[in-house]
Design a protein around this ligand. Structure first.
Ligand code: ZN
Ligand code: ZN
Length: 1005
């Protein structure tokens, strides 16, 4: 057992390091170890929003989503939580059915049945399972530590049973029922679509735009004029809606009289080319109850049989003056608004269209024809009947099926519904009890979405889904809802002992006995996939079978998904969770953006701008992928660019180099952090050491806050600025000379002690974000440095910030000191004076108290870094004399925020000798690197230059020899004869040439 710091490979090779780390994790079951270590801790229930396994390669956005989740899970573990990390897949649904339809070369539901439902469903299951496996491999490659041994799959029988249980629960509570609803319908897929699916896809369609005359009963040549773009809904017309708040007129054109809204007359004249003469005006209320005859009653016989139809009804909400005539044709069977008004006014609901979008028998001469293709014939018939005033065409955005792009129809159908509309106020209140990040996602977007809450139509007329557990009696038409597989088996007529699968077609073999003695068969519908994923909060726990798990874990502490889930999963989770367990199923919601290309367009294979996570990993590594995407502000869209990945992977080199630097010297000195903690070095700590302690603890505190707030991007940016600005660019530079001292001085140990603490703290924080290279650094550098180190970096506890060590004053003084160091460099540069050339004096003219204090606090550091033998502080008012000197080129001068800095340019012979010595050392160090010497290897060296150069260097000979670790150093004006094995090189310093030769002394010398 070594108890000192180890060394790192010098070069950061992402691919080698990541492969080694992965192998180490797998061979030593590291994930299991880490998870087990926290199994008795406080619970943290992370609930995975299940991706849809419709392809074998997840979108890069899904990969971002997964590494974000992984980072939160790792963080919570490092904070000591027992994290539930089961991933999931949303396996049912139309896209998979369509993929299998293509595989079998079929298009309609009838053709699927011809293929055979067993074959079809098995193919769907295989497809979902195979894709899930491929996706899992991609996620694992990215270092996503979830329980991949048992993801929840929404098509598993156990999962389906949870769905069933919740529906039975809702049924018992009167929340699940059967009823008529006007829905969006895809005539190709022959199923209902959700409202939120309907907003996904639109197409510009060319449709008819016609003005139709509805003859007013018992009046000659008087008509209510309506406008429609869907002539195919006219056979289902039952009413006309007018607005009680508008003014209407009777207007004459030739022998005819038309009833229209007053404000529409003018635009009607323009649209139809008809002149109207207003003869009477009256409020809309006066039209209520006016009866008319259907213009198609002679060709659609069912129209004549309707009771209490064909009258004017009032609607404030759905009659506007933006288009049309102010009199709206109403077909409750084909419009949601029409339906609502129709039910309110006791109108019949007439629906004459079948599942495939063709007219039913009742539609008379149109029966059997696809409705949209019948438009022209209906127009022709209206014209022939004298019921058409004008026909035109219109282009408008129409919803199409998001899977097959067929234009959708609207029709009243029998569906199964969860009555959630009544829970609206409660849901809106629940949003306030949930932590939303960002806040506006909940307070605005989600609440706005909930304002339009309607009852949830969960039935779908498809095959690959959770079968609705509803059995109906063939005799008395009673329904019963089954809550589990056992219940089904117990009640089955044939006394089945087992059911092969709860899917169609196997589940449909089970028949039940009705109380009336009749036989009950399952209704054919399946459940919308959103119900499956919405049930995840309890279904993945196996509720209600594993009630204890629910009691322990539920509700979820944390969920995170993309912004499209406002109307998707966040919503369905809320509905299904509340209906089943009477409480909101999550406590914290984090919403992320989309991954777009660098121009802000969505990435698609068809757009040619698709980038997969694998491509990024192949080129730059897994760490680079994670580090890059996790920088992006979570709730904004991430615009992916290769340049950004390249730039970010540069940071990773800087990180690595910082650890390499520290580990190299600490290892050389066999530094033992347990023997030398900062607390033990008390008074030996320099101000810059205490500054680093302060920065370290402040960083821990800020990163912890960011992670507690789930602002991973803020955490990672903060970690980066600490590593790059505070460590790599500042502290590591400041301590270079201290680490080069050979003896174990307390001064050197102090630098090591604080640097070790800073690096270890930052390593643990970084490990949650980028787990691969941090593991490698840990194994090489840290694991053997302390006797009690755990097996993996991922078992280390998150660092704790010690607020007492955070020193505001020390930090603000350091800022001034850094600016003074930069100002001195700037002043030197302007006069062509090298940084390595020591000067006798620097004068700082300032009235700032902080600046004066800073110079006192960091005097040694400032003198070292500005390379001066002394620093003088003076008041601004005294600066005039130095200004004169500056004008006479005695001083190099530059300003900083709090004053002016003067560098004394008068150099003594000793200053010149020291400057030259440093120039020489720097070049020989360069040669040592070229020779690939270890930092502690000794050399023999010679140095050849002019007489004057040799003379100057002689006074600094021991300094040079020590710095370059030379056991022998020969200075001469001619190349000496010293034997072989020397590496030599000629350099130019100032105007003169210098030849240096180096030879390594072998270990036994
Ligand atoms: Zn479709
Ligand atoms: Zn019955």
């Amino acid at each position: 057992m070594i108890d000192h710091v180890g060394t790192l490979p010098k070069k950061y090779d992402a691919h080698i390091i990541e492969a080694e780390t992965k192998k180490f994790w797998e061979e030593h079951n590291i994930y299991e170890t880490v998870k087990k270590a926290r199994s008795n801790a406080r619970k943290f229930y992370f609930l995975d929003g299940p991706p849809f396994p419709s392809s074998d390669n997840p979108h890069i956005g899904t990969c971002w989503n997964k590494v974000l989740k992984d980072t939160v899970i790792r963080y919570k573990r490092s904070r000591g939580f027992n994290v539930r990390d089961q991933p999931g897949y949303d396996c049912h649904g139309l896209p998979i059915e369509l993929a299998i339809e293509q595989k079998f070369g079929v298009k309609t539901k009838k053709e699927i049945e011809e293929v055979g439902l067993e074959r079809f469903i098995s193919a769907c299951r295989d497809f979902a399972e195979n894709n899930s496996k491929s996706m899992t491999n991609v996620f694992r490659e990215l270092g996503v530590w979830m329980d991949w041994s048992k993801p929840y799959m929404t098509h598993d029988d156990e999962y389906i049973e949870s769905d069933w249980w919740s529906l039975k629960h809702a049924w018992t509570n009167g929340l699940f029922e059967h009823g008529q609803r006007v829905v969006h319908w895809c005539p190709r897929c022959e199923t209902v679509l959700s409202d939120y699916e309907v907003v996904l896809e639109y197409k510009i369609l060319r449709d008819p735009s016609i003005y139709v005359k509805f003859p007013v009963q018992e009046k000659q040549n008087e008509f209510i004029l309506i406008w429609t773009t869907t002539p195919w809904t006219l056979p289902s017309n039952v009413a006309v809606m007018v607005n009680p708040e508008f003014e209407y007129v009777r207007a004459r054109s030739g022998d005819m009289i038309y009833v229209v809204a007053k404000e529409r007359v003018k635009s009607l004249e323009e649209q139809t080319g008809t002149k109207f003469e207003v003869i009477e005006s009256f409020p809309g209320t006066a039209l209520e109850g006016v009866r008319y005859r259907s213009p198609l009653e002679t060709v659609v016989p069912i129209q004549k049989t309707l009771k209490d139809a064909h009258r004017v009804v009032l609607s404030r909400e759905y009659v506007t003056l933006e288009e049309g005539t102010g009199c709206v044709h109403s077909a409750p069977g084909h419009g949601e608004e029409d339906y609502e008004v129709g039910i309110h006014c006791n109108l019949p609901v007439l629906m004459l269209v079948d599942d495939q979008g063709r007219f039913l028998e009742g539609a008379g001469k149109y029966a059997g024809k696809p409705v949209k293709e019948t438009n022209q014939q209906i127009i022709d018939d209206l014209r022939a009947l004298g019921m058409l005033l004008h026909a035109d065409e219109i282009e408008h955005r129409s919803p199409v099926c998001w899977r097959c792009r067929t234009p959708l129809l609207t029709r009243a159908t029998d569906q199964w519904i969860i009555r959630v509309a009544q829970l609206k106020d409660r849901f809106i209140k629940e949003v306030d009890s949930t932590l939303w990040i960002p806040g506006w996602a909940g307070a605005n977007q989600f609440k706005n979405w909930l304002q339009n809450l309607k009852d949830w139509v969960i039935s779908r007329q498809r095959f690959w889904g959770t079968p609705l557990p509803v059995w109906m009696c063939g005799t008395c038409k009673t329904h019963t809802v089954i809550g589990s597989k056992n219940e089904l088996i117990e009640n089955s007529i044939d006394g089945e002992a087992e059911i092969a699968s709860l899917h169609i077609p196997w589940v449909d073999l089970v028949k039940l006995r009705c109380k009336c003695g009749g036989e009950m068969k399952r209704i054919p519908d399946v459940m919308v996939g959103w119900y499956d994923s919405g049930a995840a909060s309890y279904a993945c726990l196996g509720h209600p079978k594993n009630k204890r798990d629910t009691q322990y874990w539920w509700p979820a502490d944390f969920i995170v998904e993309g912004r499209d889930q406002i109307s998707g999963w966040f919503f369905s989770l809320l509905k299904a969770g509340t209906v089943a367990l009477d409480a909101i199923p999550y406590r914290t919601v984090l919403m992320h953006g989309f991954v777009l290309d660098d121009k802000g367009r969505e990435m698609h294979k068809s757009h040619g701008n698709f980038v997969s996570s694998q491509e990024v990993v192949e080129k730059f590594g897994r760490v680079a992928f994670r580090y890059c995407v996790l920088q992006s502000t979570i709730w904004e869209d991430l615009k992916f660019s290769w340049d950004a990945v390249k730039q970010y992977s540069g940071d990773l080199d800087t990180f690595w180099n910082t650890f390499v630097f520290a580990s190299t010297y600490m290892n050389l000195d066999e530094f033992s952090p347990t023997q030398w903690p900062p607390s033990k070095l008390g008074r030996s700590l320099r101000p810059e050491d205490r500054w680093l302690l302060s920065r370290t603890h402040r960083t821990i505190s800020e990163v912890t806050k960011a992670m507690d707030d789930y602002k991973v991007h803020e955490a990672i940016r903060r970690i980066k600025s600490f590593l790059v600005d505070d460590l790599s660019h500042t502290y590591v530079r400041y301590i270079r000379r201290r680490t080069w001292v050979e003896n174990q001085t307390r001064d050197k140990l102090s630098a090591y002690a604080v640097l070790y603490l800073a690096l270890k703290s930052i390593l643990i924080m970084l490990a949650q974000v980028t787990p691969f290279h941090t593991e490698s650094i840990y194994q090489h550098m840290f694991r053997n440095a302390e006797p009690s180190s755990p097996e993996t970096v991922h078992q280390l506890d998150w660092p704790v910030s010690n607020e007492k060590l955070i020193d505001d004053e020390l930090e603000s003084e350091m800022k001034v000191t850094q600016s003074l160091i930069a100002t001195a460099a700037l002043a030197r540069g302007q006069k062509g004076l090298k940084q390595r050339q020591p000067v006798g004096k620097i004068i700082v003219a300032t009235d700032s108290i902080t600046a004066r204090k800073a110079i006192k606090t960091y005097e040694t550091l400032l003198a070292e870094q500005a390379n001066t033998k002394s620093i003088r502080i003076t008041k601004q008012s005294q600066a005039a004399t130095f200004e004169d000197g500056a004008n006479a080129s005695r001083y190099a001068v530059a300003k900083f925020t709090e004053g002016t800095l003067y560098v004394d340019l008068r150099l003594t012979r000793d200053d010149l000798a020291e400057g030259l010595a440093r120039d020489v050392v720097r070049r020989i160090q360069q040669m040592r690197k070229e020779m690939d010497l270890k930092v502690d290897s000794y050399v023999e060296a010679y140095l050849v230059t002019t007489q004057e150069g040799i003379k100057l260097l002689r006074s600094k000979r021991s300094y040079v020899a020590k710095e370059i670790r030379a056991k022998r150093l020969t200075l001469s004006t001619e190349t000496p004869i010293l034997g072989t094995g020397y590496y030599s090189k000629t350099w130019k310093i100032g105007e003169e040439k210098y030849e240096f030769g180096l030879r390594k002394i072998s270990a036994d010398n």
